[in-house]
Design a protein around this ligand. Structure first.
Ligand code: ADP
Ligand code: GLC
Length: 480
C-alpha cells in the first residue's frame, strides 16, 4: 500500500507532546512492514536538518482562496527510514515561527493549509496514496476535502483514516475556513461541521473519515460517554462501528536503557545495576540528598488540567515533610501550576526539585533515575511516559483511565504480580493512597524488584501497532 500520513508533529523534527513520538514511531513501523509511506508536516522555524533536505516541489500553488502569492509553498523532503519520507511544507508566514501551536489570529488557515498542501503535493508529484492517515484536529478537514472538492480527482478513491490522539483539542474555529478551503457552505450545519456557531475541525474529521481510530481501547470506549466526550460523544457514537482503539508503542531507537546516550549508566532487565547510578546522577543533578534508600518519584509532563497534577499538589507535602520520598518534576504549561510546583521545591529544597521547561535529555534521565513515575491523569488517550517508565524499570503510578488502564497492571500488597500502582479516582486522597502504596512497595525488596522486572519485560511495540493500523487500512479500502 501507499500511505500518506498528515501530522502537525513529527519527532525528532517537531514535538509538542506524544503526537510527535507517535507519528514517528508509527510511520517507521508501517514502512518497516513493506508499505510505502510519506508523512506531510509543516516546516516550523525550529525544525533542524534543513541542510539534509532536498526539494520535492520548488513552488506548489495550494488550492485555497485569497492572496495568490500566499497560496504558494515549497515542499522539501527528507528520508526518515527505508520506504519512508517526510514532506516538509515550507511556508514562512504560516510556519516560520518556532512553535507548533502558537496563539495566532490565523490559526484556522494555518491548520487547514498544510493538510490541503499535502494533498496538492500528491496531485503535483503523481504519488497517489491508497490511504490518507490524518492525526488530530489540525488535519480534521482533510477527509472533508476528500469527500467534496477532491472526489473527482486522482485522490477521490483514497480511503481516509483519522486518529484521535486527544479529543479535548478540537479546533473550534471560524466558519470563514469553508470559503478559504473552497468547501460548500452547506457543510455549516449541526449534522456536519457546525458547532457552537463555528466550524469544528475534529468533528468534520470524525464524520468524514472512512475509519476512525484512537490510541487505546479504553479511550475508544470513554470518548463515547458524556464524561470524556468533550461535547463530541454523540458524534463519536455515530461512528462507533468504524472506531478502533490501537495502543501506541515504544520507539526503541529513542527509548532503550541499553543504548540511551542521555543517561549516566546503561542497564537492562538482565543487568539492572546501572539504574542505581542513574538515580544517584539524578539526585546530583537536582541537588537532592544522595540517598539510594529513599523512593524517588519523577514526573515529565505538560502541565495542563488533563494530567491531574494539580491534584498531586495536595498529596506531596505530607510525604516530603516526613522524609518519605524525593520528588522531581520536569514540565511546563499552566503558569499557576508551574508556580505551585516551584513553591514545593522551595519548601523542600533537598527532597523536591522542579525544572520548568522542555528538555529531552533530562526527560530520559528522569525515566532512568526515578524509582516511580507519577501520572494522575484525569484522562489519558494512551500516554507514552508510563510505557517508557516500564521500559526503564521505573514503576508507574497511574490513574486507571484510557491507555494507562490498558497498559499498567495493578500491583497489590503481598504479591509479586503487576507492573504499577493503579488508582481509580481523580482526587487528592486517591493519589495520597497510591503514593503510600509506592512507599510500601519500595520497602519490600523482593516485591519491588519483581514489579520493576515485570514492567521491563512488557513489550509495547510500534510493530504491533502498525500491524493493527494496516488491518484498519484494509477495512477502509473495502469501503472507500
Ligand atoms: P501528551 O502527548 O498528552 O503530552 P504523552 O505521554 O503521550 O502525553 O507524551 C508526552 C511526551 O512528551 C513524552 O515523550 C514526554 O517525555 C514528552 N514531554 C512532555 N513534557 C516534556 C518536557 N517538559 N521536557 C521533555 N519532554 C517532555
Ligand atoms: C496525546 C495524548 C496522549 C497520547 C499522545 C500520542 O497527546 O494526550 O495520551 O499518548 O497523544 O498518541
Amino acid at each position: 500500500m501507499k500511505i500518506l500520513h498528515i501530522s502537525p508533529e513529527l519527532a525528532p523534527w517537531s514535538k509538542a507532546g506524544g503526537l510527535g513520538d507517535a507519528a514517528a514511531g508509527l510511520v517507521k513501523a508501517i514502512a518497516g512492514q513493506g508499505h510505502d509511506v510519506r508523512i506531510a508536516t509543516p516546516l516550523y522555524g525550529s525544525v533542524p536538518d534543513r541542510e539534509k533536505m532536498t526539494t520535492l516541489i520548488e513552488s506548489l500553488t495550494v488550492d485555497v482562496s485569497g492572496d495568490a502569492a500566499k497560496a504558494k509553498c515549497r515542499v522539501l523532503q527528507l528520508k526518515v527510514a527505508e520506504r519512508c519520507e517526510a514532506w516538509f511544507i515550507e511556508h514562512a508566514e504560516y510556519y516560520g515561527a518556532r512553535e507548533v501551536y502558537p496563539a495566532r489570529e490565523d490559526t484556522a488557515e494555518r491548520a487547514a493549509y498544510f493538510g490541503r498542501a499535502a494533498l496538492d503535493a500528491c496531485l503535483a508529484t503523481g504519488w497517489i496514496p491508497d490511504v490518507i492517515h490524518c492525526h488530530d484536529w489540525t488535519t480534521g478537514l482533510v477527509p472533508v476535502l476528500l469527500n467534496h472538492n477532491l472526489k473527482n480527482s486522482a485522490l477521490g478513491r483514497a480511503a481516509s483514516v483519522l486518529t484521535i490522539h486527544n479529543l479535548q483539542h478540537q479546533g473550534l474555529l471560524s466558519r470563514r475556513i469553508l470559503a478559504y478551503l473552497k468547501l460548500p457552505e452547506s457543510l455549516f450545519h449541526a449534522d456536519q461541521l457546525e458547532c457552537f456557531g463555528g466550524v469544528n475541525y475534529l468533528k468534520g474529521g470524525i464524520l468524514h473519515a472512512t475509519q476512525v481510530t484512537t490510541v487505546s481501547p479504553t479511550y475508544a470506549q470513554e470518548i463515547q460517554t458524556g464524561e470524556y466526550g468533550f461535547g463530541l460523544d454523540d458524534v463519536v457514537r455515530r461512528r462507533s462501528q468504524d472506531l478502533d482503539g490501537i495502543l501506541n508503542g515504544v520507539d526503541r531507537d529513542e527509548w532503550d536503557p541499553e543504548s540511551d546516550p542521555h543517561i549516566a549508566k546503561k542497564f537492562s532487565a538482565k543487568d539492572i545495576k546501572g539504574k542505581a547510578d542513574c538515580k544517584l546522577d539524578l539526585q546530583k543533578q537536582f541537588n537532592l540528598k544522595l540517598d539510594p534508600k529513599i523512593p524517588l518519584i519523577g514526573v515529565v509532563s505538560r502541565l495542563w488540567d488533563q494530567k491531574g497534577l494539580d491534584l498531586a499538589l495536595g498529596a506531596l507535602p505530607k510525604f516530603l515533610r516526613a522524609g518519605k520520598i524525593q520528588f522531581v518534576l520536569l514540565g511546563s504549561g499552566d503558569a499557576a501550576l508551574e508556580n505551585s510546583f516551584k513553591k514545593i521545591a522551595e519548601d523542600f529544597p533537598h527532597a523536591a526539585a522542579v525544572r520548568i521547561g522542555y528538555d529531552n535529555g533530562l526527560s530520559h534521565r528522569i525515566e532512568a533515575g526515578a524509582d516511580f513515575f507519577l501520572m494522575p491523569s484525569r484522562f489519558e488517550p494512551c500516554g507514552l511516559n508510563q510505557l517508557y517508565s516500564m521500559t526503564y524499570g521505573t514503576i508507574p503510578i497511574v490513574r486507571a483511565t484510557g491507555g494507562l488502564a490498558d497498559t499498567v497492571t495493578p500491583w497489590s500488597a503481598g504479591s509479586k504480580h503487576g507492573t504499577g500502582i493503579v488508582f481509580n479516582h481523580a482526587d487528592t486522597p486517591a493519589i495520597e493512597w497510591a503514593i503510600g502504596q509506592a512507599i510500601e512497595l519500595f520497602h519490600l525488596p523482593k516485591e519491588f524488584s519483581a514489579v520493576k522486572l515485570n514492567g521491563m519485560k512488557t513489550s509495547f511495540t510500534w510493530a504491533d501497532a502498525a500491524a493493527s493500523y494496516i488491518k484498519v487500512y484494509k477495512k477502509s479500502l473495502k469501503k472507500a
